[in-house]
Design a protein around this ligand. Structure first.
Ligand code: XCC
Ligand code: SF4
Length: 637
């Protein structure tokens, strides 16, 4: 029994935590323990710091303290705090999308020479979907119009809906969102409005606040959707790929560069350029350059280039702890500031690349799309130089890596289905549900959260769903948890799938014509690629002739951490999906808000939050939600 078994279920991570203890470095796991016990006000959402008279804390039984100084009640405070999380998440996702859209525009205008339109077929498909005529137009003209349409979604001044929402959702959802006045017309405008609405002394109506929070969440979805579409246009739509994951991918004989963060603009360039620089690495005695990924930048380059996954969010420090990482190249989001101080103990260089994301003491090579390849080269050279400084005494690498089958864009999944039914590929999935072969679809998304045990909820809930014949898709750090622990393999189908799921995947395998068997869980990409999962859901609804709230589809963020996860969970609820979260969100300080998000939301949108920290019970609740939907479908058909 390992002393770190409460910290993580990952054997490689446990080994590295042992090393951290030996050298006396306090990792995020130690820091998480040091934060206990948490402040009960913050934990339940009833601490308000929105104005400088605060913090105001709600103490229900103390006369005068049952409200904030301004008179704000618990429900107002909890609602405001919650939607401000959504605003933070939507800002992060959509800003990432805006960067990609801007680069596509610049490419189309003949700038940003290191980039090109890679996937013309996807560009044309997106153009047609959003109503841009393509016939007889040069590719660059279409790209310009698509990118401009995307950028308009950020700052439209009239009240017409955001293009990506209006052209991708079911008719039923679009009507619902208009009827409930949450259809977004401007991503940035809705975020600004929500910050205004939740300013001191503006809105105190929790329901009104939550509805506008959902409007911003839909802006988040819009930003994610266009980020995925335009990343595919620039870098190619993912196809099935074989790779590997966990700390054992770090190669003692190679220059190891980890790419970490979210935005593929620079990391994809690093991947491309590294291929041409293998000789420079050999010149310093290495066998070449080994790239690996952490967090969603890792997912982006896994999906498109088969780059290995080093680890996921909670264990990012442990990659450096191996003593084998020469450089960590980071862009935006989910990058622990601690990486830099930990790197002090080793030879590792931390390289920041984005103007809005710097770490004191780190190297900063500012990303500039006009000179992207040049920056990528300079970064790789720094890593090669750093390789020479590696200290053999400090090297300790867990000998664990697992095979990974990933790269399942919606296009790739439909391509496999089309081998069985070329006319209506999606019916392969919906017919299997109707026939009772599989119970439905479960999406696993989101982060790690050290309020629980690293990766435990991810793995255990998925195994339970597999045994109960649920078809599974994954994104984000959830996808990486499965990659690190061998669930993205055909062997996992054998080990964990129930008879129905086994038969379903077996039928796909027989026709898929891939060099390897299909995995237990289909990894669909990064967090912005949750847009791919909602496209799948929408397609299922249309095929089944129902709206999304009737589709046997559930989502789970078994270990959610970031504001982005709150935004995603919220728009999935608006899409009519039961959304499990494996932590107790800071809403329990208001019975009213808690009731709205876990119950009343279901009456309005068909979806609701399920908060459950126990993985066994969480799995049971997700299965019950799928069963309920299947039962209703059978009665109505
Ligand atoms: Fe970050 Fe996307 Fe969460 Fe992982 S899953 S911890 S957001 S990297 Ni997005
Ligand atoms: Fe206190 Fe009201 Fe200010 Fe919040 S807005 S800190 S409740 S006075």
């Amino acid at each position: 029994m390992s002393e770190f078994e409460k910290s993580t279920v990952d054997p490689a991570a446990r080994e590295m935590l042992g090393k951290a203890k030996k050298i006396g470095y306090l990792t995020t796991f130690e820091r998480a323990k040091a934060q206990e016990p948490r402040c009960a006000f913050g934990n339940t959402g009833i601490c308000c710091r929105i104005c400088m008279q605060g913090p105001c804390r709600i103490i229900p039984k103390k006369p005068g303290a049952n409200k904030g100084i301004c008179g704000a009640a618990d429900y107002t405070i909890v609602a405001r705090n919650t939607v401000r999380l959504i605003a933070g998440g939507a800002a992060a996702h959509s800003d990432h999308g805006r960067h990609i859209a801007t680069t596509v525009l610049h490419v189309a205008e003949g700038h940003a020479k290191d980039y090109k339109i890679n996937d013309t077929a996807k560009l044309m498909k997106v153009a047609q979907r959003i109503g841009i005529a393509t016939e007889g137009k040069p590719v660059n003209e279409v790209a310009k119009e698509v990118a401009s349409a995307a950028l308009l979604d950020f700052g439209r001044l009239d009240s017409s809906p955001c293009t990506w929402l209006e052209t991708t959702l079911t008719e039923g959802r679009r009507k619902k969102f208009k009827d409930t006045t949450i259809m977004t017309s401007s991503i940035n405008g809705s975020i600004a409005e929500l910050l205004h609405q939740t300013h001191m002394g503006v809105d105190s109506d929790p329901v009104n606040i939550i509805f506008n929070g959902l409007k911003v969440a839909l802006g988040d979805l819009d930003g994610e959707y266009l980020a995925t579409d335009l990343s595919d246009v620039l870098f190619g739509t993912p196809t099935p790929t074989v790779s590997e994951a966990n700390l054992g991918v770090l190669d003692p004989e190679m220059v190891n560069i980890c790419v970490h963060g979210h935005n593929p603009l620079l990391s994809q360039m690093v991947v491309d350029v590294a291929r041409q620089m293998q000789d420079e690495a050999k010149a310093v005695g290495a066998k070449g350059i080994k790239l690996s990924g952490i967090c969603c930048t890792g997912n982006e380059v896994l999906m498109r280039a088969g780059v290995a996954i080093a680890t996921n969010f909670a264990t990012q420090e442990l990659a450096i702890m191996t003593g084998l990482v020469d450089a960590v190249v980071v862009d935006v989001q989910c990058i622990m500031p601690s990486l830099r101080s930990l790197a002090e103990c080793f030879h590792t260089k931390i390289i920041t690349t984005m103007p809005i994301s710097k770490i004191p003491g780190a190297y900063h090579y500012e990303f500039d799309e006009e000179h992207a390849a040049e920056s990528a080269k300079a970064i790789i050279r720094l890593a090669i130089d750093t390789y020479k400084l590696r200290d053999a005494k400090k090297i300790e690498r867990p000998d664990l890596k697992n095979k990974v089958i990933a790269g399942f864009s919606l296009e790739a999944i439909l391509d496999i289905f089309s081998k069985i039914n070329p006319d209506r590929p999606i019916s392969v999935l919906t017919d299997a549900i109707k026939a009772g072969e599989i119970k439905g679809v479960a999406l696993f998304a989101g982060c790690n959260n050290l309020k629980g045990t690293h990766n435990e909820n991810h793995l255990e809930i998925a195994k339970q769903m597999a045994a109960n014949d649920v078809f599974m898709i994954a994104t984000g750090c959830a996808g990486q948890a499965y990659a690190m622990n061998g669930l993205l393999t055909p062997e996992a189908v054998e080990a964990y799938a129930g008879p129905g799921l086994k038969a379903f995947i077996g039928r796909l395998n027989a026709k898929a014509d891939l060099t390897t068997g299909l995995p237990l869980i289909f990894h669909m990409g990064s967090c912005v690629d949750n847009s791919r999962t909602v496209a799948l859901l929408t397609m299922m609804a249309n095929e089944m002739g129902v709206d999304t709230p009737q589709v046997p589809f559930v989502a789970s963020a078994p270990e959610p951490m970031s504001e982005k996860a709150v935004a995603i969970g919220s728009w999935f609820v608006a899409m009519g999906i039961p959304v499990h979260i494996g932590v107790i969100a800071p809403v329990t300080g208001s019975d009213l808000v808690h009731g709205v998000v876990t119950q009343i939301a279901k009456d309005v949108f068909g979806g609701h939050f399920i908060m459950e920290t126990d993985h066994q019970k969480a799995g049971e609740k997700l299965l019950a939600a799928l069963n309920e939907r299947n039962w209703k479908l059978r009665i109505h058909n």
